[in-house]
Design a protein around this ligand. Structure first.
Ligand code: AQP
Length: 332
């Protein structure tokens, strides 16, 4: 059976981008067709300035939201990355296979290190080595497919390169994974700045729909979305990114096609109204289920305990094999 791994970083509240780009597909497709693992990748949240209590809170919230969105622990493995030591163990081997040039070329490193420097913060070494840890996350499970939004393509490509290089130098240990993306809304853009990705750690929340926003907040944010200077509703990501983003979101929420939908609308106002209502309906069951689960944290804890145990059992033999292959003396 195909093996799937993907993760989500507890660096902020989960967004509509996370949901449409990744989580919804995990729920609707991936958990039904593969042996799938989904992780709250909390170690990755330590690569930028962080508040320990907030990371802990967001990790629990992210796990609860994954279950609320419909991940079923009977069908897939849900766990927290730091509960499984194999991720950190394998990450070091990945650092020994990767080069610093490869790491410095990563777009996310360039963007986030620039942002940190501009705000007078130092850049953590872990921000540079983050893709080695992400490669370890993926490779530790013999993963075939990594369902992600478009922004993660470069990191999955690096994981592929490292798997191939390791296998070539030290003998075949790793499956070579590939990224998969949703057909529509692989890159949901910020509603206030439609040339930037909707990212959960952005400071201005006005352009971001959070999964836990109430219905009125969702409506307000979408009705105030920045559109373009034209009047016609056309699907053109370059010339009219704000409108294209709304069409993508509406299409993803209703199962339509963004280009086809463009022909249906005569004004930006009616497009926004329908998009807002579609998103409210899409998120309503997730929000309601989240409220139920949040009231019973012991149930979530038990899912995470069992998930980590299962994940450990899968990763340990493979990571042990990689340790032996690279030349480390096995412990007796
Ligand atoms: N805007 C987006 N559109 C489509 N997919 C997206 N994803 C994130 N933002 C969008 C996908 O969601 C999954 C989990 O993302 P992540 O938590 O690993 O972090 P990220 O990609 O860096 O997302 P954020 O929300 O922008 O976090 P920050 O702001 O902290 O960097 C991934 O599959 C991602 O592609």
């Amino acid at each position: 059976m195909k093996r799937i791994f993907s993760g989500i970083k507890p660096t902020g509240h989960l967004t509509l981008g996370n949901y449409l780009g990744a989580v919804r597909r995990w729920v609707e497709v991936d958990q039904h067709q593969a042996d799938a693992l989904f992780s709250v990748v909390d170690l990755h949240a330590l690569t930028v300035e962080h508040d320990p209590a907030r990371v802990r809170r967001l990790s629990r919230q992210a796990a609860t939201l994954l279950l609320a969105a419909g991940l079923d622990p009977e069908r897939c493995t849900v766990f927290v990355q730091s509960h499984v030591d194999e991720h950190a163990r394998l990450s070091y081997l990945m650092e020994c296979v990767a080069t610093d040039g490869e790491m410095r070329r990563m777009i996310q490193y360039k963007e986030k290190s620039l942002r940190a420097r501009e705000s007078g913060e130092s850049v953590r070494l872990s921000l540079l080595t983050y893709p080695a840890l992400m490669a370890a996350d993926i490779l530790a499970y013999g993963t075939d497919e990594v369902p992600v939004g478009e922004d993660q393509t470069q990191h999955v490509e690096l994981a592929r390169d490292l798997a191939v290089r390791f296998n070539h130098r030290y003998g075949h240990v790793f499956t070579v994974p590939k990224a998969t993306h949703p057909v529509v809304a692989a890159r949901v853009m910020d509603l206030q700045d439609p040339r930037s990705k909707m990212g959960k750690s952005h400071e201005n929340g006005a352009g971001i729909v959070y999964l836990l926003d109430d219905a009125d907040t969702v409506r307000r944010k979408i009705m105030r979305a920045v559109t373009d200077s034209g009047r016609e509703v056309v699907y053109d990501r370059e010339a009219a990114p704000g409108v294209a983003n709304l069409l993508d979101v509406l299409a993803a929420a209703t199962g339509g096609n963004p280009i086809g939908l463009a022909g249906v609308y005569e004004s930006y106002g009616s497009l926004k109204k329908d998009t807002a209502e579609a998103v409210v309906e899409l998120l309503r069951p997730v929000r309601e289920r989240h409220a139920e689960l949040a009231a019973d944290p012991a149930q979530v804890d038990e899912v995470l305990r069992a998930g980590a145990e299962r994940a450990r059992g899968m990763a340990r033999p493979l990571v042990d094999r990689a340790y032996r292959a690279i030349g480390l003396l096995p412990a007796v």
